[in-house]
Design a protein around this ligand. Structure first.
Ligand code: AMP
Length: 462
């Protein structure tokens, strides 16, 4: 593939300079295909997955078109989950850091409404949010989109799967007809096709084939006879690969919880992530997996959206995904950033047709491989290197990462190297600690103060 430099595009000099400081030298395929059309003001439908660089594709489009001096909402990005919205806003801010005074605001459900109203009163150029909450702001008149120039639907298929169709319709109705609409989706079910024909004007469609994924990911397939063998196969594969971070995909919420519970019984460090969790538990699970306090995450496809992990060592499909595109999307989460990923799929006779379809798609004959030797079942599963401490104080109490790091590392404390990722939420915070020093770390936090106050702290287990 020819590699195209960003400098071949008509982009602001400031944006270009920043891109090279971010280490973005050449465009990813989705950027190379969509950006010229986006910059030309066309409506664009792009098939792109997390990891393809799609955020920068639309983000650069938004930033290039933005009139910074007009302090009005000029772009709206809709995302299916808060986690994705946060990631998108973060990437846009990174791309925008060479231009002064660009204000990007996130408006997501699961967060208090009042402070969002306050932020909106201060104004913004770019809004990133989830459809339910954006609709609520529009309904209450706290958000107006009269000056909108660009609307982005990110992961449109997931938004529809999550039941956001009517919220999307209500939002789109409040946007000016004269706008540019960009739609990104990993899959193209009929529902998406009907949306695009309703809301887009003469769109250009770009698709990036996933040949790259297919070759940089090692795919293995294992046939089993029944559910008991399926669980044994899962245990064997986890023991063989001994991953630091692995995701096991299940097709239903119920199965997700059952599989996680069973793995926990066998001594695996595992967490379940599915739609039945409260937002707070969901955040906590994502944090603990991302900060390496849990080695295995069992998840449904929808719940795994927004998972912000640089490199998964292993993806396991406990069942084959319902279609080929979902499969490709799942396995695309392993081996990012140039490292080779491993994906293992377990299937039974009943799923044979799905395997055959996958084989057609991958253009290879899929054959079951022998499972790892059963003797592995005697080995202990890998335990995570980190443990998470929860602190009952967060943004509202003005706690910042530096405060927590400072409190842990002072006199009689632990070293900075023993402190992992720190995540701060509204009213609480999480910090990952090397599990070897968990006791001194806890003691230091319990005895010490943060911002001059004592906060309740506890170690998260199980
Ligand atoms: P995304 O698919 O938008 O989630 O992006 C995946 C990752 O690729 C992000 O961490 C981006 O910062 C990074 N990225 C996006 N575009 C480029 C590029 N042209 N060169 C290098 N990295 C990139």
């Amino acid at each position: 593939m020819t590699q195209l430099a960003f400098s071949s595009l008509k982009l602001h000099a400031d944006l270009l300079k920043n891109l090279s400081s971010l280490g973005y030298e050449v465009m990813t395929p989705i950027q190379a295909q969509s950006l010229p059309h986006i910059l030309a003001g066309k409506d664009v439908i792009a098939q792109g997955q997390t990891g393809s660089g799609k955020t920068a594709a639309f983000g650069l489009g938004l930033l290039e078109k933005l009139e910074v001096k007009r302090f009005r909402i000029q772009s709206l990005v809709l995302c299916p989950t808060r986690e994705l919205a946060d990631q998108v806003a973060k990437e846009i801010r990174r791309l925008a850091r060479s231009i002064h005074n660009i204000k990007t605001l996130t408006l997501c459900g699961g967060m208090p409404f009042g402070p969002q109203v306050g932020s909106l009163e201060h104004g913004a150029h770019i809004i990133v949010g989830t459809p339910g909450r954006i609709e609520e702001h529009l309904r209450k008149g706290t958000l107006k989109l009269n000056d909108l120039k660009i609307l982005v639907l990110d992961e449109a298929d997931r938004m529809l799967e999550m039941g956001f169709q009517s919220a999307l319709d209500a939002i789109i109705e409040q946007t000016p007809e004269q706008r540019q609409t960009l739609l990104f989706s990993a899959t193209f079910p009929d529902q998406i096709k009907s949306i695009t024909s309703r809301i887009m004007l003469d769109p250009v469609q770009v698709a990036v084939t996933s040949t790259h994924d297919d070759t940089s990911i090692e795919q293995h397939f294992y046939k089993v006879d029944d559910d008991e063998q399926r669980m044994t196969a899962l245990r064997l594969l986890l023991l063989q690969h001994s991953p630091e971070s692995a995701v096991v995909f299940c097709n239903t919420k119920r199965e997700t919880q059952d599989v996680a519970d069973e793995l926990a019984d066998y001594g695996f460090s595992v967490l379940a992530l599915h739609g039945d969790l409260e937002q707070r538990d969901r955040d906590q699970t994502l944090v603990r997996f991302a900060n390496k306090s849990a080695a295995v995450l069992v998840a449904t496809d929808v719940a795994a959206r927004g998972l912000d992990i640089d490199a998964l060592d292993l993806v396991i499909n406990y069942h084959i995904a319902r279609d080929t595109e979902v499969h490709t999307h799942r396995i695309g989460r392993t081996g990012r950033a140039g490292s080779k990923g491993v994906a293992c799929s377990i299937y039974s006779d009943k799923e044979h047709y799905k395997v055959a379809l996958l084989g057609d798609y991958l253009d290879r004959i899929i054959e079951s491989e022998p499972l790892p030797p059963r003797s592995l079942l005697d080995e202990s599963p890998r335990q995570p290197s980190m443990t998470t401490i929860q602190i009952d104080g967060g943004k509202k109490q003005k706690i910042r990462p530096g405060d927590i790091l400072g409190a842990l590392t002072g006199k009689n404390g632990i070293t900075g190297k023993q402190v992992g990722k720190i995540h701060i939420f509204e009213n609480w915070a999480y910090v990952a600690i090397d599990h070897k020093v968990i006791n001194p770390a806890l003691k230091k936090l319990v005895d010490g103060k943060l911002k001059g106050r004592s906060f309740r702290v506890r170690q998260l287990r199980g």
